[in-house]
Design a protein around this ligand. Structure first.
Ligand code: CTP
Length: 336
């Protein structure tokens, strides 16, 4: 049996952002399996100040991350070797910033002393505090916006985040909307297998802050239709329904790291514009034998109302269980 290197990573993971996921991705690339510990609300409050999101929401973020194998709630704030060993991990991984406890001591001192500490590069320019500032001070979008054309400046970053669960192989496909249709800018498994997949599910939106509701909606889609790939449309900063807290790059990275997403389309027209339906059908539908594309759309980001492509006036909630069941029934009945 080949050696299985299991690594431990932990944190508050409040307002899950691409700084956290970039650290998680780098950690995953150092091993085979990644276990993520999430600190309790009480311990964070004691050592750093109260988190914005509660433990269940912060754990959900880690659960939905493509590169995470296991999530452990109530992980101790001051790193504990015995705790890590209980989960069969050989090393703990942390960003190259120092985390301190309420007394000002290095939280990872025991791991460092035992030579069981690995470091990855902390991502500049993003933090929970930065996001809260944008929310609270209502910073103008002009101070952080990124246009679709500028997005390609970050191509290596996007390619890295489009990787599979091992953090290495290509997986998610990225398309950029152009007047003649979505053009592939990064090729993933979805692109290669498009002739084989069943009709994908398409959800468009602002995805302003990647919250528990977004994660739950994507999870609900994936669990309700386990065989259908999920394609996500991400509106450009100036075309969002409301001013987004995150810019186009940050929102794209959030969607790429989510394990339920097979492909993203950058800057699509809203599906409220039904030309988009025709356009998607032209681009993908013709390639998929016997099944029309797409199945349904999320119309409203807050309530996650979804609308069947062929019946734009009918909508229902995806988050309630009966809603998910209803979607399933409707799709099944459409296919007969
Ligand atoms: N991290 C990172 N880059 C960032 C933010 C966090 O690499 N911009 C890493 C940290 O180094 C740590 C992990 O993400 O290994 C979890 O961090 P967390 O405990 O959630 O808190 P902070 O480091 O304080 O992150 P933030 O300031 O965003 O709350």
């Amino acid at each position: 049996m080949s050696y299985n290197r299991r690594l431990w990573f932990d944190g508050c993971l409040d307002f899950f952002h691409y700084g956290h996921t970039n650290a998680i991705l780098q950690a995953k690339q150092l091993g085979d399996q990644l276990v993520v510990g999430v600190h309790s609300d009480e311990e964070i409050t004691l050592n750093k100040g109260p988190p914005v999101q509660d433990l269940s929401e912060r754990c959900l973020a880690a659960i939905t991350c493509r590169w995470v194998n296991e999530v452990v709630p109530y992980a101790p704030y001051v790193f504990d070797l015995a705790w890590m060993r209980k989960y069969n991990c050989q090393f703990v991984v942390h960003g190259d910033d120092i985390s301190t406890d309420a007394e000002g001591n290095d939280c990872y001192r025991h791991a460092k002393a035992a030579n069981q500490y690995l470091e990855v590069k902390r991502t500049d320019g993003i933090s929970t505090t930065e996001l809260l500032d944008r929310l609270l001070t209502a910073a103008p979008i002009s101070t952080y916006t990124i246009s679709p054309s500028d997005l390609m400046t970050y191509e290596p970053f996007l390619r890295k985040f489009a990787s599979a669960s091992n953090g290495k192989d290509p997986d998610v496909s990225i398309y950029m909307h152009t007047p003649s249709g979505p053009e592939e800018i990064i090729s993933g498994v979805f692109t290669n297998k498009i002739r084989l997949v069943k009709s994908p599910i398409y959800l468009d939106g602002d995805w302003s802050l990647f919250t528990g509701n977004h994660m739950k909606a994507l999870k609900a889609c994936a669990e309700t239709f386990p065989t259908l790939p999920i394609v996500v449309g991400i509106f450009a900063d100036d075309k969002c329904t409301e001013k987004p807290v995150l810019n186009l790059l940050e929102r794209t990275l959030n969607l790429l790291q989510c394990k339920y997403v097979s492909a993203v389309i950058i800057d699509p027209p809203s599906v409220k514009n039904w030309d988009m339906v025709k356009f998607l059908k032209t681009k993908f539908g013709d390639l998929i034998e016997n099944v029309s594309y797409p199945n349904f759309f999320v119309k409203d980001e807050d309530t996650f109302q979804v609308t069947l492509a062929e019946k734009p006036t009918e909508s229902f909630h995806i988050l309630d269980k009966r809603g998910s069941e209803a979607i399933k029934q409707r799709i099944l009945s459409r296919k007969q």
